[in-house]
Write a protein of this length. Structure first.
Length: 483
């Protein structure tokens, strides 16, 4: 029987912390400003400059660590990681090594149920950015932008607990959702605010020892992450099956070629000559601070999901959609329900019309819409529909106007004369007109094609611009035809 192989994956994730200023100086962390406009002796690595730790960076690190069930280390140590690169002016990166901020957490993936151990979370500074393209002299020179130099990061290191590319993707998505919901990170992978490296190995099924791993870098989208890991798994299996050996190395995912390429042979920790940072004291965190941060922690996405099912009876699919569109829609939905609308109807509006109206709009769409149409205003619209004052079609039309102008539903219905027509007198003329105009449909209905009634109802609705009560129209048409 041919040997079956089992993939093993561990992830290392770098997340920029949402502080206003850098981790060891007062320079701005703002993204997208002209190159080299946020620099000072500290983050440019000038000799003699002294780092001062940013308290908010530590606090955000603690928040992330708590959400991942880690133990917060009340004493941790900054260390120098020495290496040479043009975007690293000091010649070392200040990171944490032997004693990190947090250890021993875990995160379970709600799709597969896999429980992924978190080895550690540590604080460190980001490096600058080398720019190899986009300048007139790019064929001769590379340029360096130090705006990112010294931006605070956490690195989250997982145990080798994932067993498929899908698991790894799902871990990264879940982690992103948590970090974003805690306002620890903005989740922007294109701008490099959230980056993932994957460690991949395979072993024959049944073998206990782990195989030799490679590290795949440049995984800046969920799709690339999954594809790159899948490719790397298959590559390793092929090497082993043809009698070869895996070399421990760093590989780069080449998007255009759809494969991984060797970048460098893997360096060992001793190559970095880590040693404790002499310019920074021990990082001490008081129990009080830990407790304070714990109290300020918002509900985590996984708990929100459970609550949405238990309190409102939403289906798993609805919960997935609601939390995916934008977490702030959760609060919106709950407010609509609080304004006395049944959860079933409220969720249909949130995932239907509301989401449709969000799609065409810019930036913080939820914020804009909830200012124009606060949950209570939507609840009022739903009540107009519920009481039969307006028809379903009209309700959608009114909602769109509300999103555009911020007027109330009552106001729009009144001004535009949109109230539902549901008196027999007001409808009978139109009904008769439609009947005389569409003899064929009438005879079809008479000869047993009951579907023809739908067409006739549609015609009346069209003639009344959607205002007629469709149920009543249906009744009137039947009566008139059946005599
Ligand atoms: P290194 O010494 O190369 O930095 P570590 O033991 O510190 O390796 O682990 C780094 C990452 O690689 C962690 O996410 C860990 O889970 C993962 N990892 C370690 N060994 C393996 C392996 N054999 N296969 C897959 N992932 C692994
Ligand atoms: Zn600075
Ligand atoms: Mg390591």
């Amino acid at each position: 029987m041919p040997t079956e192989f089992e993939p093993i994956i561990g992830l290392e994730i770098h997340a920029q912390l949402l502080t206003r200023t850098k981790i060891f100086c007062g320079c701005s962390t703002k993204f997208g400003t002209p190159p080299n406009t946020h620099g000072c002796p500290v983050c440019l690595g000038l000799p003699g400059a002294l780092p001062v730790l940013n308290r908010s960076a530590v606090e955000l690190g603690i928040r992330a660590a708590m959400a991942l069930d880690c133990q917060i280390e009340l004493e941790s140590v900054f260390a120098r990681k020495n290496y040479f690169y043009p975007d690293l002016p000091k010649g070392y990166q200040i990171s944490q090594y032997e004693l990190p901020l947090a250890t021993g957490g875990h995160l379970s993936l709600h799709e597969s149920g896999t429980d992924v151990g978190i080895t550690r979370i540590h604080l460190e500074e980001d490096a600058g950015k080398s720019l190899h393209e986009g300048f007139p002299d790019s064929d001769l020179k590379s340029h360096v932008d130090f705006n990112r130099s010294g931006v605070p990061l956490i690195e989250v290191v997982t145990e080798p607990d994932m067993r498929s590319a899908t698991d790894a993707k799902s871990f990264f998505m879940t982690l992103r959702e948590i970090l974003v919901s805690l306002a620890v990170n903005n989740g922007n992978m294109e701008e490099g605010s959230l980056r993932c490296d994957a460690n991949v190995s395979v072993r024959p099924v049944g073998q206990l020892a782990l195989g030799v791993k490679t590290e795949v870098k440049n995984l800046n989208s969920f799709r690339f992450l999954e594809r790159a890991i899948e490719h790397e798994i298959n590559r390793q299996i092929e090497v082993l099956k043809s009698g070869g050996q895996i070399t421990q190395e760093t590989r780069l995912w080449d998007t255009s070629a759809d494969r991984t390429l060797v970048m460098r042979s893997k360096e060992e920790a001793h190559d970095y000559r880590y040693f404790p940072e002499p310019d920074l004291p021990l990082l001490r965190i008081s129990e009080d601070w830990v407790n304070e941060v714990r109290r300020s922690l918002p509900e985590l996405p996984s708990a929100t999901r459970v609550r949405l099912v238990e309190n409102y009876g939403l289906t798993a699919e609805q919960v997935e959609q609601l939390t995916r569109v934008k977490p702030s829609l959760v609060t919106y939905f709950e407010e609509v329900v609080k304004a006395d609308v049944s959860p079933k109807i409220a969720i249909n509006w949130c995932l239907g019309e509301l989401t449709r109206n969000l799609n065409g709009r810019q930036v913080d769409k939820v914020k804009v819409i909830s200012q124009r149409v606060p949950p209570v205003a939507l609840a009022k619209l739903i009540k107009l529909l519920d009481s039969g004052t307006i028809s379903g079609t009209i309700a959608k039309e009114v909602f769109e106007k509300m999103c555009g102008t911020g007027e109330s539903a009552e106001m729009i219905v009144e001004r535009d004369g949109l109230a539902q027509i549901d008196s027999v007198e007001m409808l009978s003329d139109t009904v008769n007109e439609i009947l005389t105009q569409h003899h064929d449909a009438v005879s079809q209905y008479r000869s047993g094609k009951s579907g023809a009634i739908g067409f006739l109802v549609g015609q009346v609705m069209k003639a009344t611009r959607g205002k007629a009560n469709p149920k009543l129209v249906n009744e009137l048409l039947r009566k008139a035809i059946e005599g």
